[in-house]
Design a binder for this molecule. Structure first.
Ligand SMILES: [Fe+2]
Length: 237
């Protein structure tokens, strides 16, 4: 997320990692991606599906494309239904998949705007995600209860909308009658994300009075050497 770029950059620095790619699962409707800010700050690249219609990406992906990092790769699988351009990213050994807002933990993304289509979503999940090994861990784009991961076995069995013996027509009927409120940030987030999160103006709240370093713990730190060299020595009395 755009608002968390400082935190993500701090974690990458602390772990001594280099960010190669930001892989967008789709054009989000409820928050602005940090993809472009991370690119400006860290020199990483941004990839999103060609079908999303987004501009400003370093790479546009199609079903079956591979994104390499070191000796490993992620495979992009087209999983439309929440939006027409949704991708799920599957790790090369099929031990993990990143499902965006297509398959959520015990749920699914909504299908009532951004070219959503419940029939396509049902087929995407069953053909591209539920066919992965049962032990494959699933990481959705978000979870309102704070959960972070599930597995193919769990979702096949317990997903209340898509798992078990729920048929395609049941799912379609359910999704068409949800009547959810429109996301509050849609008018802001969707246009910004069509450009990979390119902000109109850059945030200017970075303090510049000293060489400060922001930590993943959320604290600004200052080096003891700088402090020693610059500290004002107290008066004589
Ligand atoms: Fe979404």
């Amino acid at each position: 997320m755009f608002e968390q770029v400082r935190r993500e950059a701090a974690l990458l620095a602390e772990l001594d990692l280099t960010l190669a790619w930001t892989l967008e699962t789709h054009v989000h409707a409820d928050h602005v991606t940090g993809g472009d800010l991370l690119r400006q700050r860290l020199g990483s690249r941004v990839a999103i599906s060609e079908a999303s219609g987004a501009v400003g990406a370093d790479r546009l992906l199609r079903h079956g494309d591979r994104v390499r990092f070191g000796a490993r790769h992620l495979e992009a699988r087209a999983t439309p239904g929440h939006t027409a351009g949704c991708l799920t990213y599957v790790l090369d050994d099929r031990s993990m998949a990143f499902t965006g807002d297509c398959l959520l933990i015990r749920g699914s993304g909504r299908t009532d705007f951004q070219e959503g289509d419940p029939r396509r979503l049902y087929r995407s999940v069953h053909a591209q995600i539920f066919m992965l090994p049962e032990t494959c861990l699933l990481y959705p784009g978000y979870d309102y209860r704070g959960l972070t991961a599930s597995s193919v076995a769990e979702e096949r069995r317990y997903n209340a909308r898509l798992g078990g013996s729920i048929a395609e027509d049941d799912y379609v009927g359910y999704m068409r009658n949800l009547k959810l409120p429109h996301p509050k940030l849609l008018a802001v987030a969707a246009p910004a994300n069509q450009q990979c999160g390119k902000p109109a103006t850059l945030p200017t709240d970075e303090p510049h009075w000293a060489p400060l370093r922001f930590t993943f713990a959320g604290i600004w730190e200052i080096g003891p050497q700088w402090l020693e060299e610059n500290a004002v020595v107290g008066g004589s009395n």
